[in-house]
Design a protein around this ligand. Structure first.
Ligand SMILES: C=C(O[C@@H]1C=C(C(=O)O)C=C[C@H]1O)C(=O)O
Length: 98
């Protein structure tokens, strides 16, 4: 739903267009990541592996924090986002692994 832009917010329009385009790219990348997660579920089923593999979770968080830092993104932001996403992924996997 797109609400009419209040007059005083008009100078923000080009930046918001850029943010919207970036968000769409992020969602595309999330879709790719999620497709891989579905393959992970199949392997975990076959191998009897748990949804939550804590050491891997910490490795992923460490990597995204480091990557964020090199790109001028606050590492705490990356960590917060990834921990939320990973928690969702683990719940998704748990539902499918039983
Ligand atoms: C995808 C996996 O399952 C879980 C989800 C992870 C993720 O979203 O990065 C990482 C660790 C796992 O507990 C995995 O084990 O690799």
């Amino acid at each position: 739903m797109v609400r009419p832009l209040p007059e005083e917010e008009r100078p923000l329009a080009p930046f918001r267009a850029e943010i919207d385009a970036i968000d769409a790219e992020i969602v595309t990348l999330l879709a790719r990541r999620f497709e891989v997660v579905q393959q992970v579920v199949e392997v975990k089923k076959a191998e009897g592996l748990a949804a939550l593999l804590p050491e891997r979770v910490e490795d992923v968080v460490e990597k995204v924090r480091a990557e964020a830092e090199t790109k001028g993104v606050p590492p705490e932001l990356a960590e917060t986002l990834w921990r939320h996403m990973i928690a969702f992924v683990i719940a998704y996997e748990e539902e499918r692994l039983g």
